[in-house]
Design a protein around this ligand. Sequence first.
Ligand code: MG
Ligand code: MG
Length: 630
Amino acid sequence: MKTSIATVSISGNFEEKLTAIRDAGYDGLEIFEQDFIAHDAGPKEVGRMIRDHGLEIMLFQPFRDFEGLPPERRQKAFDRAERKFDVMQALGTDLVLICSNCAPDSLGGIDRAADDLAALGERSATRGLRIGYEALAWGRHVNDHRDAWEIVRRADHPNVGLILDSFHSLARRIDPDTIRRIPGDKIFFVQLADAPWIEMDLLYWSRHFRNMPGEGDLPVAAFLSAVASTGYDGPISLEIFNDQFRSGNTALVAEDGYRSLIALMDTVRRQEPDLRVDLPVLPDPVAIEGTAFIEFCSRGAEADALETLLKSLGFHRAGEHIAKRLTLWRQGDIRILVNRETEGYAASAYTMHGTSVCDIGIQVADAKDTIERARLLGSAPFHQPLGPSELDIPAIRGLGGSVLHFIDRKSGLAQVWDVEFVESASDGTTANAGLRAVDHIAQTMSYQDMLSWSLFYVALFRMRKAPMLDVIDPDGLIRSQAIEADGDTLRITLNGAETHRTLAGEFLADSFGASVQHIAMTTADIFQTAQRLRELHFAPLPMPTNYYDDLEARLDLDPSILARMRAENILYDRDEGGEFFQLYSPPFSNGMFFEIVERRGSYAGYGAPNAPFRIAAQKRFLRPKGMPRR
Ligand code: MG
Ligand code: MG
């Protein structure tokens, strides 16, 4: 199976699209006719230009409203088709997509449609061309791939085949396994698109909300599995109509698409071992064991303030790097690094974003396999010059320029703490507030980038997406989506900001796009932790009394527990599985903060119902009364 993408899927002019498609690694493309018509060179030149980019033209599309026309309009449709055949021959492509008729005056009847396709197939054959028939989900008479297949079967012409499009079948909830009955050599082309489940008009849904396989909710893997089982080995092509992608960064959207295709083909190959793909074998999706470390870049007084905050949270200074100005802070299984280097990656991250998280270390089963899978999915490896006796810990560039390091036990990388760090001289603090592990890492991005980030995590790791939530900021909406590793060994919440007036949006603007906005850590007993924190002079984010009055009115809480929550500024939520307690630090630097959580039972969320009140409290803290909003 070759990889392809329709030109309509990405933004830009024709040349920009070609460059992005080539650079992302596709074998070829579908020419969406509008893109061709808008371009100011003839078909011969366009064909040459595409081949000069090393790309194959897999399909020309769409040819609309052809089959089943009343007699007086039928001849005109054939004439129109001949004109398009001229263009195809000049372009140098042999396959055109004919989508099922939507014209109000078109006539139904499977045999009538089959006759029309057979007649057009005969004409195309004299030119060495082929025609593919696709059922649009909103076709006037044909809107189901099973009917389209019956028409193609009855047309019974070697130059007439079927075109499948995952959106049209899956959006109408047609069982993809019905594809398994179709002979693979009668499927001429396969288009893939995913989409979020939204109840709306099919045409509008398709034209605006399609997204890359894995970014939405449709069972695209089951669809491709069924296709693969037929023996089909033609192109697999992305046909994505999406408002964000049309205005997004051309290269990034093309890369995301390629990543989604490779990850999907890898998934399907595991289910259908006979699938013929020209792909190197990818290592398995990566199992995550936990968060190995979180590294901040900082300087001078800001770094001092961060370390004071860490101390007040019960962290102790555990080690100093042998060669760098890099300090290790520990508590429970949590490792936080503070990097004060003035050269190298952390230094440039500091210059760009100020005090911020510049690096996340993830503990995996096999670091080498992780890098290999990431590379094959299109991520760039990250390298920094190594000092003497430093371990070569594999790393990649995550999204937004961030860095992810991978540590495993297998190749001895987990020894890094013993090899590269010496124990810090005791600073007299032996405090411990009972924090045990990282619960979740919250990354903030612009709303447009969210799909890209979730795809990145889900394609590389054994992680799954939780449903998207709306979080209410007093100044706008934040979209929030959790991505969770199997066994909850790592939880990431992605927060997409649509305006800079929200807390998340302000953070993005002030930090020039830093990603990690907060880190949540677990405790087994939030009340004991709160008491320890008070002794350590930690000042929690103050919550208003209205919040507790409302909790009291809404929930049947033990009055003594409620009183303690009120006294300690602890927030509360519950679901069917259990209870959730939260305690926040005030914001620091450009609006980062720490969160402490206790999960009781199998509470699955992140306290989203509390977010409006927490965000308002943080904004009061950042912008005391009477100060104007920016
Ligand atoms: Mg299509
Ligand atoms: Mg949180």
